[in-house]
Design a protein around this ligand. Structure first.
Ligand code: HPA
Length: 281
């Protein structure tokens, strides 16, 4: 059942096109969010495939999202990075929003780390903090698994109890201590966007138990858990959420803070890949 949606056929085409250009099986996948893409350029033996050269992967049109699938190594661990992502608010159907991470899983990665820029909801936090995602609230009113189930990918009703892998999160905590990069931990609420939230919505999200808010990540996590791929997610708190600090929110500021945290993020991701990679091989 489910093949009439064409999800698996499209995935096979995408993966075949990638394999015709890249002849390694990556161990680890990393999705790089707004302003966080520079990490991909630090990979050794880098091969970059622009999204629009790969069947069914649309180029992201968001400033700060390069739109490349990048292959390379860190300490002999093969890594595939999405340098930029596809967002639901751009008007793409949900299958396309998660197509890149599904392709990573089909290529053979066993773990994926998803990064994003997010607004912070905890008054004691600051712009520039990093947060390990412990759980999420899907408030996008979108879901990537709506429609006939793709049995070839996973079960109709995937379990989400441990969506954010405890071992991968533990590894993130360990390497952050070693690298001296402080990490918060909390619940990520995903909204569709593209407007930032109102202060009233932020008060609602805090009452619901969220610690950070953004417009991505959750569809990717759901699609990867459907395929039984291990996932962790890391938010860069690029701003305090609407109404929690003076002034207005601007995407340029999100980018600027993400860029300012680039060196620490790179160190953290490299150390995490080195620590998590062998778990995946
Ligand atoms: N809200 C939603 N998404 C975001 C934010 C925010 O405050 N900051 C970065 N991405």
């Amino acid at each position: 059942m489910g093949t009439d949606t064409g999800v698996v056929a499209r995935l096979d085409e995408t993966v075949a096109a990638i394999r015709s250009k890249v002849h390694v099986t990556p161990h680890i996948g990393v999705v790089l969010g707004s302003g966080l893409g520079a990490f991909a350029d630090t990979l050794d033996d880098l091969v970059k495939l622009p999204f629009d050269t790969i069947p069914h992967l649309p180029a992201s049109r968001v400033l700060g999202h390069a739109g490349n699938l990048c292959f390379g190594t860190i300490d002999d661990i093969h890594v595939v990075c999405m340098q930029g992502r596809v967002h639901a608010y751009e008007g793409h159907p949900m299958w396309q929003v998660v197509h890149g991470v599904r392709a990573m899983a089909r290529l053979g990665v066993s773990s994926v780390l998803i990064t994003n820029a997010a607004g912070g909801l905890e008054p004691s936090w600051s712009a520039g903090d990093f947060m390990i995602v412990s759980d999420h609230l899907n408030l996008m009113h979108r879901h990537p698994l709506v429609g006939p189930n793709e049995d070839a990918l996973g079960t109709r009703f995937p379990d989400m109890t441990h969506a954010y892998d405890r071992k991968l999160r533990g590894t993130l905590r360990e390497v952050s201590q070693r690298e001296g990069v402080a990490l918060r931990e909390g619940v990520y609420a995903a909204l569709l966007g593209p407007s930032f939230e109102t202060p009233a919505e932020i008060r609602m999200l805090r009452a619901l138990g969220a610690h950070a808010v953004g417009m991505s990540t959750v569809p990717e996590v759901i699609a990867l858990r459907h395929m039984r791929t291990r996932v962790a997610a890391l938010s860069c708190i690029t701003n305090m959420a609407a109404g929690m600090s003076d002034g207005e929110l601007h995407h340029e500021d999100v980018e600027q803070i993400a860029n300012a945290r680039r060196a620490d993020l790179e160190r953290l991701l490299r150390a995490w890949v080195v620590a998590a990679g062998p778990l995946s091989i």
